[in-house]
Design a protein around this ligand. Structure first.
Ligand code: CTP
Length: 415
């Protein structure tokens, strides 16, 4: 890290608050400058002095706690200063109450107002009783915070202060500090990333399609959309205009993309063809259903005692059509295979006139479909195949764009 990264460490009110002191130390050992913010209830568990002694800085405790009018004004804008001066916000322990406030944008103390004013990456390390952690309200808040792009350092399982055994114990401070370090590295890479897609319009498809069988049922697949959304985020970070055509997914659109929501393969085809002209790059990460029911009945299909056969028709092959119409646009297809990865990918590349096919084996555990990670091989029109080791979908996205830029140069110089 060339310059010191400032980290705001928000401490929530839980038994685990004392571990935040170890976290402050672990962060400082990694070269971060740490500003501690405590909620009122955190002060019930640990004294601000502990953190002040460790970090050598005044600990910020409560909004509107100042005694004079001048102090009140200063503290009323201090959360903005803290939000601007720090590059990462980490909250540990993030209690159930804090997570609920963050998820819903409530801002009634220093930490929560700082959170709302903060635009950088957020790391949350939850800690609470197992039942509170498992409660649908907490899980729903967790989903919202995760979808917002925050890094969640999951609690450990073990014996909790309340005597229960299960998930809820704050992750080890070293693990949380490492998560913060990873985020700092990612942010540094992004800010130093060249704006090498400036001037490009990248049209990306993501997620599954849903093909209705009747008014209440549909055919679909396990695609989560994470790969396509990561590609969209990476392209925006590198300066592209991004049009994201997305099937139904449980993700929030990355900042700065133009989102077009579709449901069926037919709708996706229309959205892609409507925007093909404007695009300079087309990336087809969507898992489009290959078959649909052409004229689904208007009424729900009733159960009978006999066997039911479904007659399905092929959906339009959007990638193949884009391949026919692409001109000198770069076209990137995806190939999810269970065997003969490279041969199948090359066959798709040729038959659909792609410039690159991103191939992955979907039979591997822990990567691919619903996962945050992937392992792929890039099969290029130049004849090269480039294996990319298991990595986050964000890192893979950047590798795809790196290769795409090289490929454009190679194709350009050979014409
Ligand atoms: N694709 C598409 N339109 C379809 C089906 C697939 O545009 N109707 C695109 C996907 O977005 C992906 C690529 O085609 O980029 C490969 O999808 P895949 O399902 O692996 O390929 P298929 O063409 O269906 O080939 P096969 O069934 O032979 O594996």
């Amino acid at each position: 890290m060339p310059v010191t990264t400032n980290v705001a460490l928000g401490v929530g009110g839980g038994i685990a608050a004392y571990k935040a002191a170890e976290l402050a130390r672990a962060l400082m050992e990694r070269g971060f400058s740490v500003q501690v913010l405590m909620t009122r209830s955190a002060e019930e568990f640990v004294r601000p002095l502990t953190f002040a002694a460790l970090t050598g800085r005044k600990v910020i405790t409560n909004l509107f706690s100042a005694s004079s009018a001048e102090d009140t004004l200063a503290s009323a804008i201090e959360h903005i200063r803290v939000a601007q001066e720090n590059q990462i916000l980490v909250i540990a322990p993030a209690t159930a109450d804090l997570m609920a406030k963050l998820a819903h944008g409530l801002a009634d103390d220093f930490l929560t107002t700082t959170y709302l004013a903060f635009t950088g990456p957020v790391v949350l390390a939850p800690a609470m009783n197992t039942n509170m952690w498992n409660h649908p309200a907490t899980q729903e808040n967790l989903r919202v915070l995760r979808a917002r792009g925050h890094v969640i350092v999951e609690p450990d399982e073990g014996i909790l202060a309340c005597g229960m055994v299960g998930p809820g114990r704050l992750a080890e401070p070293e693990i949380i500090a490492q998560a913060v370090a990873n985020v700092a590295l990612g942010a540094a890479n992004r800010t130093s990333a060249k704006q090498d897609l400036e001037g490009e319009t990248v049209l990306i498809t993501a997620g599954p399609t849903q093909e209705p069988l009747d008014p209440v049922r549909y055919l679909s697949n396990r695609s989560s959309g994470k790969m396509g959304y990561a590609l969209a985020e990476a392209a925006v970070a590198r300066g592209a205009r991004v049009i994201l055509v997305s099937g139904p997914v449980a993700l929030d659109a990355p900042r700065g993309v133009e989102l077009i929501l579709v449901r069926t393969a037919v709708e996706m085809r229309k959205a892609v063809m409507d925007h093909l002209e404007e695009a300079t790059v087309i990336v087809k990460a969507a898992a489009v259903a290959d078959y649909h029911r052409s004229n689904p009945p208007q009424q729900k299909v009733k159960k009978t005692a006999t066997r039911l056969s479904l007659e399905l028709d092929p959906t339009p092959d959007i990638l193949a059509e884009a391949g026919r119409k692409k001109g000198d646009r770069l076209l990137v297809g995806f190939a999810a295979e269970t065997e003969n990865l490279i041969e199948e990918a090359r066959r798709k590349l040729e038959s659909k006139n792609c410039d690159m096919v991103v191939a992955n084996l979907v039979s591997q555990q822990g990567i691919g479909f619903e996962s945050d990670e992937n392992e792929v091989t890039l099969v290029l029109r130049t004849g090269e195949t480039i294996p990319i080791q298991r990595a986050s979908k964000s890192a893979i996205s950047h590798r795809i764009f790196d290769q795409m830029i090289k490929l454009r140069l190679a194709l350009h110089s050979s014409t």
